[in-house]
Unconditional design. Structure first.
Length: 281
């Protein structure tokens, strides 16, 4: 089915120019997703390549090491920069295609119809991106942390998870600052710890919750009790095409089509952790 310009489709159905309305609604969709998707605030956005080309690369450099003065001069060269880049494929293609009858537009202002659908599409995309993001983390078997603290003291379990990441040392990491961490909690766990959280006022008066210097979020899209994510440990490039209305042949209706593609990958498996808090015995 050939795509038609939004202006032409809705002009033919309503006799009015609605291209600006659709453009405004599309911009609202993108803005809302960026604000409401928890994964968007945590994911790595420093990649090379164009997501529309099908893949991007995220660089990860090995830590430098110091040597005795004169080592490079004696060898005639310095140490090579080791970049163990990770490729993230944009391999999940999705669509939302809905038909709108002319009578629905006539009985309701077109911007109202579009706004209603944009709000629903927004929630659909947010839910899918967040679910994919946290599912990828939970699939990292090496990220599981076996806690000694039990559910009689969730605060101790929280600290145990955080300190394990804080003291991490390997070729890429020499300890992780707490302000780089976010711990997401199942609502039942978040509810227990909520009264312990300190309210921090951030840039432009934005409020977020923190506990012992670590950002904390309640998350309905995880199955584990606690998930710890260091900023940038997971990449999720997304491309969203502009709304593409098209006339339905032999009908008095149009379809509003939203197409988007994304890929999700944990690019630093050592910088994510998850745990289920054991029951007290």
């Amino acid at each position: 089915m050939a795509q038609t310009d939004a202006l032409n489709v809705y002009a033919s159905l309503t006799g009015t120019s609605t291209k600006a309305k659709l453009a405004e609604a599309y911009g609202g969709l993108i803005s809302s997703i960026q604000k409401r998707a928890l994964s968007t605030r945590l994911k790595n956005t420093r990649y090379s390549g164009d997501p529309k080309a099908g893949s991007v690369q995220v660089s990860r450099f090995v830590n430098s090491s110091s040597k005795a003065y004169g080592t490079a001069r004696a060898a005639g060269e310095g140490d090579p920069l080791r970049d163990l880049a990770v490729t993230v494929n944009i391999d999940t293609d999705r669509e939302i295609v809905e038909e709108i009858e002319t009578k629905d537009i006539r009985f309701s202002p077109v911007d109202g119809v579009v706004a209603n659908r944009v709000a629903d599409h927004d929630r659909t995309v947010v839910r899918e991106l967040d679910t994919a993001f946290f599912t990828a983390i939970e699939a990292v078997t090496g990220a599981e942390v076996t806690l000694t603290a039990d559910d009689s003291d969730y605060a101790a379990a929280f600290e145990e998870l955080v300190q394990g990441m804080e003291t991490l040392e390997n070729d890429f990491v020499n300890g992780v600052d707490r302000d780089l961490m976010t711990v997401t909690l199942k609502p039942s766990v978040y509810g227990v710890l909520r009264t312990k959280f300190d309210t921090i006022i951030g840039q432009d008066g934005e409020e977020f919750q923190a506990y012992h210097g670590v950002k904390v979020e309640s998350n309905t899209r995880q199955t584990k009790d606690m998930i710890l994510v260091v900023d940038g440990a997971v990449a999720q490039p997304v491309t969203i095409d502009e709304y593409a209305p098209s006339r339905i042949p032999q009908s008095n209706a149009a379809s509003v089509d939203l197409f988007y593609s994304y890929g999700t990958k944990v690019v630093a498996e050592d910088l994510v952790a998850w745990a289920d808090v054991p029951a007290a015995v």
